[in-house]
Design a protein around this ligand. Structure first.
Ligand code: ADP
Length: 316
């Protein structure tokens, strides 16, 4: 499980983080603790962060992002982690998104502990008193003046993360004004519901995947049958084509026969015509003779008429 605890100083993040560590066997990654350790060890990062932290301002993003990137690589973080005090700015949240994406890790939830600001000073004062009682070193930034700076940093730079994660549907807001026990209970309830929803989602995904596998099997069986099917279809098409061609050929032959018949008929008709012509031509000479005979008769009659006329003129 990978969680982020979000809330202003004194909201109870550290307390709840420790309880979650015990319940879920995951590690708590507190940038505040890591930076304080670096300050104590006087590492280069510690030296850089010391004064910034003492003033209540935020250490540069690249410093804390670098620390977290290295820390989540450690073997004890593979099971999951609770980020406490990180991310504290939107660029840090974006860098974390990139880191998780690179490692193909999922962020389960961001738990925001919401508290009244007026209660925070009192809580921090109580904490300081308890630490003194236990003989522990008091944090340099646990003074009323620095606390108001830390609150101002929270409001300006960290609170926008509430929207950032609610937009990503990761935000779970818990009333941090309840007792420590009640807050723990509320967190556990929400996480249990989330786990249930997750396993339901997983089951759905599995069911979908096995349905897909089944459909793939079906498809591949179909694919196996496909060549035979295709061959059958090709055969059918060929048969159809052959049938169509035969039909076409027959039609053509019929047409040719018809046209041949027509030609024969035409030839016969032509022949008949020719024969008739020949016949009429054979009969024609008789007609010609009678014509010339007529002409001769007419000529003879004309000659007679000329002779008679000559006779008449002679008589006169
Ligand atoms: P708080 O108890 O106020 O939440 P922390 O113990 O988480 O504070 O951190 C203490 C100080 O360490 C901060 O005031 C800040 O200067 C520095 N710090 C811790 N985490 C971050 C961070 N993610 N980004 C920048 N500065 C940080």
């Amino acid at each position: 499980m990978r969680l982020i605890l979000l809330g202003p100083p004194g909201a109870g993040k550290g307390t709840q983080a420790q309880r979650l560590v015990q319940k879920h066997g995951i590690v708590q990654l507190s940038t505040g603790d890591m930076l304080r350790a670096a300050v104590a060890a006087e590492t280069p990062i510690g030296l850089k962060a010391k004064d910034i932290m003492a003033s209540g301002a935020l250490v540069p993003d690249e410093v804390v992002v670098g620390i977290i990137a290295d820390r989540i690589e450690e073997p004890d973080a593979t099971n999951g982690f609770i980020l406490d005090g990180f991310p504290r700015t939107v660029p840090q949240a974006e860098a974390l998104d990139d880191l998780l994406k690179q490692k193909r890790l999922k962020l389960d939830a961001v738990i925001e502990l919401r508290v009244n600001e007026s209660a925070l000073l009192e809580r921090v004062e109580t904490r300081v008193a308890q630490m003194r009682e236990r003989g522990e070193a008091v944090r340099a930034d646990d003074t009323p003046e620095v606390l108001s700076n830390r609150l101002a940093s929270y409001r300006a730079q960290t609170e926008p993360l509430v929207h950032y994660y609610s937009d990503k549907r990761k935000l779970i807001t818990i009333d941090g004004m309840m007792s420590i026990e009640e807050v723990t209970e509320a967190i556990n309830k929400v996480l249990a519901a989330l786990a249930e929803a997750d396993s339901a989602k997983e089951a759905k995904k599995d069911a979908k995947a096995s349905a897909k596998r089944a459909s793939v099997r079906k498809t591949s069986a179909k694919a196996k049958k496909a060549p035979a099917k295709a061959a059958k279809a090709a055969k059918k098409t060929a048969r159809k084509a052959a049938k169509a061609t035969a039909k076409k050929v027959a039609k053509k032959a019929k047409k040719a026969a018809k046209s041949a018949k027509k030609t024969v008929k035409a030839v016969a008709k032509g022949r008949k015509k020719l024969a008739a012509k020949a016949k009429s031509r054979a009969a024609a000479p008789k007609k010609g003779k009678s014509v010339s005979k007529g002409r001769k008769v007419a000529k003879k009659a004309a000659k007679k008429r000329v002779k008679a006329a000559k006779r008449l003129t002679k008589r006169r």
